[in-house]
Design a protein around this ligand. Structure first.
Ligand code: ZN
Ligand code: ZN
Length: 146
């Protein structure tokens, strides 16, 4: 798979305990859709409240899914003021390196200390895992094409 922005081959990495593909050039991340195994009981229900946390950009992106070549669609995850792109064919997400860092810093916000920062990383990892589930991607796609 190649980076949608740099066209450089992505490298498999683990970041915040999450397996992903990272671009060695821009350090952006591709999070492919995954089946839930250990997190099965934590089904991510995108209810009315969750819908309110998603804001869509009206402009489509020129970047393409590294797996199928479809144009990625951008959305904002308002809960963390996070901008991400997702494949309309539900292959996964693209996340810029600075977006990832900024969101994590937001979670660590205000209170400092080692324990707090470990918790924030775990929370961030869980959120990314949830967003990679087929059910979340399907709901997201439904919001774009009701
Ligand atoms: Zn790149
Ligand atoms: Zn795709």
């Amino acid at each position: 798979m190649k980076c949608p922005k740099c066209n450089v081959e992505l490298i498999a990495k683990t970041r915040h305990k999450v397996d992903m593909s990272v671009c060695p050039s821009c350090e952006g991340m591709w999070l492919d859709a995954q089946e839930l195994d250990q997190l099965e009981n934590e089904a991510f229900d995108l209810g009315e409240d969750e819908k309110g946390t998603l804001v869509f950009s009206s402009t489509p992106t020129a970047q393409k899914c590294p797996q199928c070549g479809a144009k990625l669609q951008r959305f904002n995850y308002r809960a963390y003021d996070l901008q991400m792109e997702f494949c309309p064919n539900r292959h996964g997400y693209w996340l810029d390196a600075d977006e990832d860092t900024r969101a994590l810093e937001l979670m660590k916000d205000e209170e400092h200390g080692y324990e707090r920062s470990v918790r924030a990383e775990a929370q961030w990892g869980r959120m990314m895992q949830r967003m990679r589930t087929g059910s979340f991607l399907t709901r997201l796609k439904d919001l774009f094409h009701p």
